[in-house]
Design a protein around this ligand. Structure first.
Ligand SMILES: [Fe+2]
Length: 384
């Protein structure tokens, strides 16, 4: 498979790494001006917000907190966070948590610098001005939002999760501090870690992969393979947790260049139709799409098998590629992920509608194997 010879590789975010690195938060925010922490109520309850507030107090940065972000946030959540930002006269933003709070923080930044309504900025290239200083602090293993130019909005009008796409919304810094993730339950860590694995596999195998994005994606797959089970096993695996934060950022940096593939096209459509966790939907869908894509990238899927711990010595390329699918299914079983979307609340009667929605995603156009609406319906029928 020849590479595209013309490509960019962008990574504008400064990544700060290591247990305890939250102490450096103040370096990236304007001193003496109030910052808004955007987070979810769970992180407030387990004391993670207090650790961030401690770092801000030590740096002399006043703060306000919007802790009402729930999963799959819609526009009213973003508008409420933005009202808090203006009422408190904030000058910078912190996104703290999983993809939802980080993406809401990005969208608050868009409204702070552009005005209007968040739906006005859906799609590519609509955000043209710089945002207020934005720092993202991931506390799950998955989205990579701390390094990407994407923010995803749950859009009831399209029954889809629609992205804002602009490098202007990439955070100026991402802090990868495993001490903020020690209380992360496996029920959250497993699906978000498998979201990172999906990002890496989709980026590595899709039509826009380039030599630099591949390096990031391959290392992300290796790190997830070596660390996700351990990180989910108990609360004390600090090293594995730290490595999962690196894997997530690497996978995010890879797909920020290349976009993704059919798995995300399908999971966004499923998430727009039903209340299903993004990472859980991806984890369930991933092996079905890998089976579909195998014949377009057999060598790459064979490489993935090796990274997932399969001994491919003596196997032909096709057999090794199929072993990658089996390894992902085993990964899912080990982490308690169901085999079918139906077990996670997705109803078969919505297959035609979800397939139609999924086909509108830009991720289908970069999937390694050409996909028709009929193919998409079959993929959903298999996965539901
Ligand atoms: Fe994802």
């Amino acid at each position: 498979m020849p590479y595209r010879t013309l490509f960019d590789f962008r990574l504008p975010t400064c990544l700060i790494h290591g247990p305890g690195s939250i102490k450096r938060l103040g370096e990236f925010l304007p001193v003496g001006q109030k910052t808004l922490i955007v987070t979810d109520p769970g992180l407030r309850a387990v004391g993670v917000v207090d650790k961030v507030i401690g770092a801000l107090d030590a740096a002399g940065i006043p703060h306000a907190c919007f802790d009402e972000v729930l999963g799959n946030p819609p526009a009213p959540c973003v508008q409420a966070a933005y009202r808090r930002y203006t009422r408190e006269k904030c000058a910078s933003i912190i996104g703290l948590g999983g993809g939802s709070p980080m993406d809401v923080a990005k969208m608050v930044g868009v409204l702070a610098s552009h005005g209007g309504h968040v739906e006005d900025y859906l799609g590519a290239g609509k955000v043209i001005s710089d945002l207020p200083p934005l720092v993202c602090i991931p506390t799950t293993y998955g989205t990579g939002s701390e390094v990407t130019q994407f923010a995803v909005l749950n859009n009831p009008k399209t029954k889809n999760k629609d992205p804002i796409i602009s490098w202007k919304i990439a955070p100026r810094a991402g802090i990868l501090d495993a001490e903020l993730c020690v209380a992360l339950p496996a029920a959250v860590g497993a699906p978000t870690g498998l979201d990172a694995l999906t990002h890496a596999i989709e980026s590595y195998t899709n039509l826009l992969a380039n030599p630099i994005s591949e390096a990031f994606a391959l290392q992300a797959i290796a790190l997830v393979s070596a660390n996700l089970r351990l990180a989910c096993a108990n609360d004390y695996e600090l090293e594995a947790t730290q490595q999962m934060l690196v894997a997530s950022a690497l996978a995010g940096a890879a797909f920020a260049q290349t976009r993704l593939g059919n798995v995300h096209a399908m999971s966004h459509a499923a998430g727009g139709h039903f209340e299903i966790h993004h990472g859980l939907a991806n984890a369930i869908i991933l092996p079905y799409v890998m089976e579909f894509n195998l014949q377009a990238r057999p060598e790459k899927f064979a490489t993935i098998a090796g990274l997932l711990g399969v001994n491919t010595a003596g196997m032909g390329t096709r057999q090794a590629a199929e072993a990658a699918v089996a390894a992902v299914r085993q990964f899912n079983r080990d982490l308690g992920i169901p085999a079918k979307l139906g077990e996670a609340g997705v109803k078969a009667k919505a297959i035609a509608s979800m397939a139609k929605t999924a086909m509108t995603s830009g991720n289908v156009a970069v999937n390694p194997r050409r996909t028709t609406l009929r193919d998409m319906e079959r993929l959903f029928a298999a996965a539901v």
